[in-house]
Design a binder for this molecule. Structure first.
Ligand SMILES: [Zn+2]
Ligand SMILES: [Zn+2]
Length: 138
């Protein structure tokens, strides 16, 4: 869905509002155009197709709120007693906000690695991302 929002028409009219947040913070996750909010919440429609226990539906409704904030917190991981307990992925998504055409997904799914849009924060990845953007928009 996020990659879909980067189609030029949707990016210009919908998703660019979210990308105004270059230096992200927790509220950036909720800073979306109403169309993007609708699409974001449309993942709940899976429960019309896949029979689900109501507890799962309630869990997903509750999850959708904090996860948008968590991925924009400014913290990479949740540490408990100095152990990484939860990957928040902020750095991964911060790179997306900074360079636009990379890291459309999350760290759990390898889509960006498979489709060549993964940015790991190195200068080499930045050069690759900039070269890809140049090819796309020239
Ligand atoms: Zn974002
Ligand atoms: Zn985006």
């Amino acid at each position: 869905m996020h990659r879909f929002l980067h189609v030029p028409f949707l990016y210009t009219h919908v998703h660019s509002l979210h990308h105004r947040n270059v230096n992200v913070g927790p509220w950036s996750g909720f800073s979306m155009h109403p169309v993007e909010h609708f699409l974001y919440c449309s993942s709940l429609c899976i429960h019309w197709v896949v029979p689900s226990d109501p507890i799962l539906v309630i869990f997903q409704v509750i999850y959708l709120g904090p996860v948008a904030a968590m991925t924009h917190t400014g913290y990479e991981d949740l540490l408990i007693k100095d152990k990484r307990r939860l990957a928040l992925g902020t750095f991964y998504h911060q790179l997306h906000h900074r360079y636009y055409e990379c890291n459309h997904g999350n760290q759990e799914m390898p889509w960006d690695r498979w489709f060549g849009t993964f940015h790991n924060g190195t200068p080499e990845s930045t050069a690759e991302t900039r070269a890809r953007k140049k090819r796309m928009y020239s």
